[in-house]
Structures are given as structure tokens and as C-alpha cells.
Design a binder for this molecule. Structure first.
Ligand code: ZN
Ligand code: ZN
Length: 345
């Protein structure tokens, strides 16, 4: 049994591009930005290459653990692989890509599943279209680039958005949330937050410097033991957390405190962590802890069931289904933390 109060929590930025694909920073520059932003884990995912695994290589750089995954990039249906995967032919069907990633023990996530592209910014849609597949670990419930670019509805709004890099994150994509809740009825589908950092350069200007991206969407991963010094062993613990759904998605520009926890409890003697699939019986309650007073929005099967303020949250689980919370904060009640669900079967 994992006692959630004893969990170790790590701030990760997932889905990051360097010069090895279409990002503009060297890996060393990106590591510096991660250090500056107070990130614990930097997980690089260049398009169809793990070159960063050779130079400079995975490992600890100061307090930042740098790991190397990959974004496998067919024209649509981009797929994020965390772990050591070989080169995979991106023109092979998505089902094959998913199988190959899983066969190597990696965690695989559909990237930006509800991306709509943008007509004004001339961005094509990279939406997930091949929806008959299964076998992936989960998908991005938030993607910084997709959610931000939704704000660009005119040239003027585009210029405005460049100066407001976190706009669009406070609500996220309702389509992505609905998709997530629907999939959760069938099986555990882990939700992560994608930074999708590139640090674009336009006319010599850096739009979205890495340090700005790293202070936006983060994915917090929870482990029972502290991460060891051996990067390989540390990666394996983080992959376990990703696959088990011991994951929260954090809008770091709203708040950077650590300490959010969510679990299910029965008669005080059985505790199941966030991400668990539990056989339903009466007597379970959902329990949450926040580091500061927040608004707790509770969702069951995608429907909002309750809204309460405080640092502690308790709610009786009265039916099977997908139970999750969103923590809101500030005058605009911005979405700060998305939990992964507890699944009552
Ligand atoms: Zn992509
Ligand atoms: Zn990407």
C-alpha cells in the first residue's frame, strides 16, 4: 500500500523540442532553462529522434534530471514515447507505433488529441484522428501550444497572445476533457500536460523562451521512494508513476506550491492512490489535500458533482465511475491542478 502523504512529488516538463528537431535551443540551453524555472525532470521529445541521448546524454545536471524520449511524428496522430525506444518508422500505422513503444517498456501518449490548428496563424490541425486504436498509456489532456493558439482569432489577437503566453491555459480544452472522461469509462487512461516547448524565433525574437514554457504547464509525478542518483533507475520509477496514473497536471503560472494529493479511502484502513482502478462497494470516500485553500471541483463521469473550498476535501463515493477533481484558484478561478481519476468499477 502506498500512503499518499508519504509520496515524493516531482515537477516534470514533458514534451520538449530541441535543435535536434524543430526547437531552437541546444539541450544545454534547455537544461539551463529548466534549472532556472525550478523544474526537477526535463523529458525531451524531439521529432523522430533520440539524438539527445547520445549528446549530451540523459542524467542529472545540477538538480535537473534530463531524460530523453521521442515524439513520433506522422502527418497527424503524433505519439509521445517516454523511455528508451528505437527509431520507429512514422509512416507505419498508429496501431503499430503504439505496439512498438509498449514492447520496449516505454509509456506512450497521444499528443494534443483535440488540436484544431489555427487559420490565422496558418497552423494545420494535428488532431488525433485514428481513434480506433488502443493500447496507449494515455493522452495529453492539456497541451500548452494547442490551448494557447486557440486564443488567436485575428491578427490583433495573435499579437496580443504573443505577449500573453499563458492565456488559454486557465480553462484548457473542454473537448480534451470530454474525450478523457469518455475513455476513462473503459479503462485507465492517464492524463498528462504537454509543454510542447520549441522556443520559436521570429525575426530574431524568441517567442516562448523555454523558461516561459517551463513556468506554464507541468506534469507532477508521484513516487513511493525518492528518485535515486542512477538516472536509469530514476527513469524507471517515473515511468511506473506515469503508467499508474500517479500524475497531476499543474498550471504553474497559477501557483507553484507542492503538496497536492488525492486518494480513495475505505473505513480508514484501505487506501488506494490516484490512478487506481477499484472494485466498487459502498463505504469508499475520495480524499484530497491541497497546500493552500482552493476551490475543489469534483467530477463524476464528466459531470460536475460538487464545488467546495478549503485545503482538505472529502466526498463519499456513492456510485461506480470515473471520479476526479480540478483545483481552482484566484479571482478568475483559474484551473490550477487537474488530478488523474480514481476509477470505481
Ligand atoms: Zn506534435
Ligand atoms: Zn511536439
Amino acid at each position: 500500500m502506498i500512503d499518499p502523504l508519504q509520496w515524493h512529488e516531482y515537477r516534470a516538463v514533458l514534451h520538449v523540442h530541441s535543435r535536434y528537431s524543430d526547437g531552437t535551443g541546444t539541450v544545454r540551453e534547455i537544461i539551463d532553462a529548466a534549472q532556472q524555472a525550478g523544474v526537477d525532470v526535463l523529458w525531451l521529445t524531439d521529432h523522430d529522434t533520440r539524438q539527445a541521448a547520445r549528446e549530451p546524454g540523459p542524467g542529472y545536471y545540477g538538480h535537473v534530471l534530463c531524460l530523453v524520449g521521442m515524439e513520433i511524428t506522422p502527418p497527424t496522430n503524433h505519439y509521445l514515447a517516454f523511455g528508451e525506444v528505437p527509431a520507429i518508422n512514422a509512416s507505419t500505422p498508429l496501431a503499430n507505433i503504439i505496439r512498438q513503444v509498449a514492447a520496449h517498456g516505454a509509456a506512450g501518449f497521444i499528443a494534443h488529441p483535440e488540436d484544431r490548428g489555427n487559420v490565422v496563424a496558418r497552423l494545420p490541425s494535428y488532431r488525433w484522428t485514428d481513434r480506433d486504436v488502443d493500447g496507449f498509456t494515455g493522452f495529453e489532456i492539456v497541451n500548452h501550444l494547442s490551448d494557447w493558439s486557440r486564443q488567436i482569432t485575428s491578427l490583433g489577437r495573435g499579437l496580443w497572445a504573443v505577449w500573453h503566453p499563458y492565456r488559454g491555459l486557465d480553462e484548457g480544452s473542454q473537448d480534451a476533457m470530454k474525450l478523457w472522461d469518455d475513455w476513462g469509462r473503459r479503462r485507465r487512461v492517464v492524463g498528462i500536460g504537454g509543454t510542447d516547448a520549441h522556443q520559436a524565433r521570429v525575426a530574431g525574437l524568441r517567442i516562448f523562451p523555454y523558461v516561459v514554457s517551463f513556468t506554464g504547464i507541468r506534469t507532477h509525478l508521484y513516487t513511493a521512494e525518492p528518485l535515486p542518483h542512477d538516472w536509469h533507475a530514476a527513469e524507471s520509477l517515473l515511468l511506473d508513476a506515469l503508467k499508474a496514473g500517479r500524475v497531476s497536471v499543474v498550471n504553474a503560472h497559477v501557483g507553484r506550491e507542492l503538496g497536492f494529493r488525492l486518494w480513495a479511502e475505505r473505513h480508514g484502513d484501505r487506501i488506494e492512490p490516484m490512478g487506481s482502478e477499484i472494485c466498487y462497494s459502498p463505504g469508499w470516500k475520495l480524499c484530497g489535500l491541497a497546500p493552500v485553500p482552493v476551490l475543489w471541483d469534483l467530477y463524476h463521469q464528466g459531470q460536475q458533482r460538487a464545488s467546495e473550498t478549503g485545503t482538505l476535501f472529502q466526498w463519499p463515493i456513492t456510485a461506480p465511475g470515473v471520479w476526479r477533481v480540478v483545483l481552482r484558484r484566484g479571482p478568475k478561478r483559474a484551473a490550477w491542478i487537474y488530478s488523474n481519476p480514481i476509477y470505481m468499477r
